[in-house]
Design a binder for this molecule. Structure first.
Ligand code: PLP
Length: 375
């Protein structure tokens, strides 16, 4: 039987076994409601507080600045709509053309109801130009939302420089760090970030859970009205098991970032060296400064979807681009934004290695691509 090689970790990751163990008691035994006062609920409340503190520590925040959500999409929507709706004067929002659709669609929505939105271009490496940001930021800007790292091509943005410009214009800075958190070290205070979106399933935590970091004092509307959970900002009984699993996974990933980064770069290098040795023509998309293990490759004249299916038949799972876009066979907005010619863009696949991948996986993917593309 063919061994399954999963190399689509930018779409989602395997749950870490320790995170799963940490979750179990809150599914089976400690199922009390964290809001209740009796002793049966106390360990649940304590677990919630501990998870909040652990997550805060991983990003250099205070526990009361962490708000649990259902994942990246919800966090992005809350950040953009929540900051906009708290501003009745309808000042501008600045974002980039390569954001995830959770940001782009939320921006389109607030634009529809009267908030001006400015979309920053990116260069051929998928990086926002600090200079054009300085030139394009409107005088009255309320919020700047630029992703930390792109999900399709892995490019990391010059966040600190962008934050400084946003703050010089008295604007809040939000970053969608869904692809970055747990994979690169980041500290919200060192960078000056005001809001940060995260999603557990991208760092070996469970699906359907994430958080929004909101710096104390940020003027933002509540996500939902109801009970007093999440400091009265997001009502609804907390998903304790998933919150505990997310905290365990994030702590572990953050502790292992350095050596995992080295390993993931080694896997990418090995795969690319196989293509090079076989003389396969390809373009690697994205900037040099990218998420470890994220490789976006364009093969001129090829069909990315056909490549995906050929690899699938060989037991290898990769993506054609953004997972959220897999039903849409148009060239992705990210590949268009970096100016990739159509014949290259159509032949694009994204290989994203994670902590469970081995050098054998990289070799097998490289050899399989050579086999398919040499024909
Ligand atoms: N933002 C980015 C950059 C992503 O890559 C994704 C998921 O692919 C999301 C947001 C959405 O996250 P979630 O699946 O947790 O809603």
């Amino acid at each position: 039987m063919t061994r399954l090689i999963y190399a689509d970790n930018a779409a989602t990751t395997r749950l870490d076994a320790d995170a799963f163990e940490a979750m179990k008691p809150y599914l089976l035994d400690n199922y009390g409601n964290a809001s209740q006062l009796y002793s049966f609920a106390r360990p649940v409340k304590r677990a919630l507080m501990q998870a909040r503190a652990d997550i805060a520590e991983c990003i250099g925040a205070q526990p009361e600045e962490i708000y649990f959500t259902s994942g990246g999409t919800e966090s992005d929507n809350w950040a953009i709509k929540g900051v906009s709706f708290a501003d009745l004067t309808k000042q501008a929002i600045v974002t980039s053309v390569i954001e995830h659709h959770a940001v782009l669609r939320a921006c389109e929505f607030v634009q529809l109801i009267g908030y001006p939105v400015v979309y920053l271009p990116v260069d051929k490496y998928g990086v926002v130009s600090v200079k054009s940001f300085e030139e394009m930021i409107p005088e009255k800007t309320r919020l700047v939302s630029i992703m930390y790292a792109n999900n399709e091509i892995g490019s990391i943005q010059p966040i600190k420089q962008l934050v400084d410009i946003a703050h010089a214009h008295n604007a809040y800075f939000h970053t969608d760090a869904v692809q970055a958190l747990g994979h690169i070290n980041l500290n919200v205070n060192d960078l000056g970030i005001d809001l940060l979106s995260a999603s557990a399933h991208k760092f070996n935590g469970p699906k359907g859970i994430g958080f929004l970091y909101i710096r104390s004092g940020t003027d933002i509307s509540p996500h939902s009205h109801g009970g007093a959970q999440e400091f009265g900002m997001r009502a609804g009984t907390e998903n304790i098991a998933s919150i505990v699993g997310m905290a365990a996974a994030l702590k572990k990933n953050c502790a292992e970032i350095e050596h995992r980064t080295v390993e993931l770069h080694a896997l990418s290098d090995r795969l690319l060296s196989i293509l090079d040795q076989a003389g396969i023509a390809y373009v690697r998309n994205g900037s040099k400064d990218c998420i470890p293990g994220n490789i976006s490759l364009s093969f001129p004249g090829q069909d990315g979807e056909a490549l995906l299916h050929r690899l699938d038949l060989m037991g290898i799972s990769v993506s054609t681009g953004a997972a959220c876009d897999s039903k849409n066979n148009q060239v992705s907005h990210v590949l268009s934004a970096i100016g990739l010619p159509q014949d290259c863009a159509r032949g694009t696949i994204r290989i994203s290695f994670g902590c469970f991948n081995t050098i054998d996986d990289a070799v097998a993917i490289g050899n399989s691509l050579v086999k398919i593309l040499s024909k």
